[in-house]
Write a protein that binds this ligand. Structure first.
Ligand code: CTP
Length: 429
């Protein structure tokens, strides 16, 4: 339907990007799940047709009214939400007008103008992502391969299209690693040199202070980090990012050394232990928090804020140093379980995990004991019971229940009879 609409207007329509790559790599005996479809329109004669992609998407939405249309005005692209399926996930169909991007200065966002499919493909990241499949006549189904993408698919390598690619868009370093690990490809030698050069030339500054497009780059960096840290292959990808020195995109002082790897391993153990079903925490966010927590305290807030993490994560990273100080100072002083509970119950489990990662073994074990055992202990009686026993409801209840809990935690009460005796003695009616 899309190609028919394009044809009727005298335009050409192409399938581009990841869908073409994945189609060419697909095993014909296995189902192929494509999450996003990217299409590009070109073949018009006037720059006034810069809105062709949007027009086509609108025409398609009229044919398929159950889709949702989003227009990204400044780039003249439109996205149709085609399917929102709880099992398969959503599927977006993006339709863009063929465009050339000029980078007036490094790491800037593209400026847009109508241009041919070749130029559109040339602005993309890697040869394997710069393939197009023509959908309109003449010769629909023809593969357009201007930059040797097919050869690189066969050679299983990630090759960049131009020298400045990583300078213009440092998030492509993360994409190179992601595709390499996900597809089992290698990063071609020259491309790796370009990556190292981009990193050496001060990648962090370009994605932060110097550049008014920094927020957009940070959004993309966060999206790439999310992609990587939630994938099954995240450890291998992170190792490769570390080998390339690419964690400097997050902060210039960040390195993947043995200590960070140890802390990340501990984090994994915590996630397995406290949330094996992945229902309680967002695991990739916990991993990025562990990585940012590895920075010196004075850098954590800014990095978390730049990456636009959730408010809760930013707050946690901001308060980590002071909370850690309190816990490390006070926990060794606690002789009784009730004291440990009174100290640690003010903090959520992710905060305690972050503290545990960077604490001596003894402290870590106390935190685990708290999180797995002590935090789950309940007072033997509740407010209703107190009412039944004849205590007048009021603010005193909190204190009574708290004392009951402490006595239970410290082993002074083990059953209801002892609890009743404790009440009679400590709080006579
Ligand atoms: N692209 C790019 N530079 C980026 C991001 C994207 O050149 N920083 C181009 C690539 O050509 C890519 C296309 O935009 O193929 C679509 O991007 P995206 O949907 O992020 O990636 P896919 O290649 O579709 O990969 P995935 O399967 O992970 O979605």
């Amino acid at each position: 339907k899309a190609s028919l609409q394009a044809k009727q207007r005298g335009w050409h329509l192409y399938l581009v990007g990841g869908a073409v790559r994945d189609l060419l790599l697909a095993n014909p005996n296995e189902p192929l799940l494509i999450q996003d479809i990217d299409m590009v329109v070109d073949g018009f004669h006037s720059a006034a047709d810069v809105g062709a992609g949007v027009e086509l998407a609108k025409a398609l939405q009229e044919i398929y009214p159950n889709t949702r249309l989003e227009v990204h005005g400044s780039f003249q692209t439109a996205a149709l939400l085609w399917r929102k399926d709880p099992v398969l996930g959503s599927m977006w169909v993006d339709i863009a007008t063929a465009r050339t991007e000029f980078y007036p200065y490094p790491a800037a966002n593209p400026e847009v103008e109508a241009s041919s499919i070749r130029q559109d493909l040339y602005r993309r990241d890697f040869t394997i992502n710069a393939l197009a499949l023509r959908l309109t006549p003449p010769r629909p189904g023809k593969l357009m391969d201007f930059f040797g993408g097919l050869l690189d698919l066969h050679a299983k390598q990630i090759r960049v299209l131009h020298v400045n690619s990583f300078i213009e868009d440092p998030t492509r370093i993360y994409r190179a690693v992601r595709f390499a690990v996900r597809l089992g490809f290698t990063i071609e030698c020259q491309t790796e040199e370009y990556i190292r050069y981009a990193i050496e030339s001060g990648v962090y500054d370009r994605t932060t202070k110097e550049n008014h497009k920094a927020p957009a780059l940070q959004t993309r960096l966060k999206a790439e980090l999310k992609h990587i840290l939630q994938a099954s292959y995240w450890k291998v990808a992170l190792q490769l990012l570390g080998d390339l020195g690419a964690l400097q995109c997050i902060h210039p002082t960040l390195k993947l050394d043995d200590e960070l790897l140890r802390q990340l391993r501990l984090m994994e153990r915590c996630l397995q232990r406290f949330d094996p079903e992945q229902q309680r925490f967002v695991h990739w966010q916990m991993r990025i928090e562990a990585i940012i927590a590895f920075l010196k305290p004075e850098y954590r807030y800014l990095v978390a804020k730049n990456l636009q993490l959730q408010d809760e994560s930013i707050r946690r990273l901001q308060n980590l140093a002071s909370t850690q100080e309190i816990v490390l100072e006070s926990l060794p002083e606690c002789d009784r379980s009730s004291q440990i509970v009174k100290l640690l119950r003010h903090y959520d489990l992710p905060m305690l995990i972050l503290i545990a990662l960077r604490s001596p073994r003894k402290i870590r074990q106390q935190i685990w004991h708290y999180a797995t055992v002590l935090a789950n202990v309940q007072p033997i009686f509740n407010g209703n019971d107190l009412k039944k026993f004849g205590y007048k409801p009021g603010p005193k209840y909190k204190q009574i229940l708290d004392d009951l809990l402490s006595a239970t935690l410290d082993g002074e009460i083990t059953n209801k009879i002892e609890a009743k005796e404790f009440l009679t003695k400590s709080y006579p009616l």
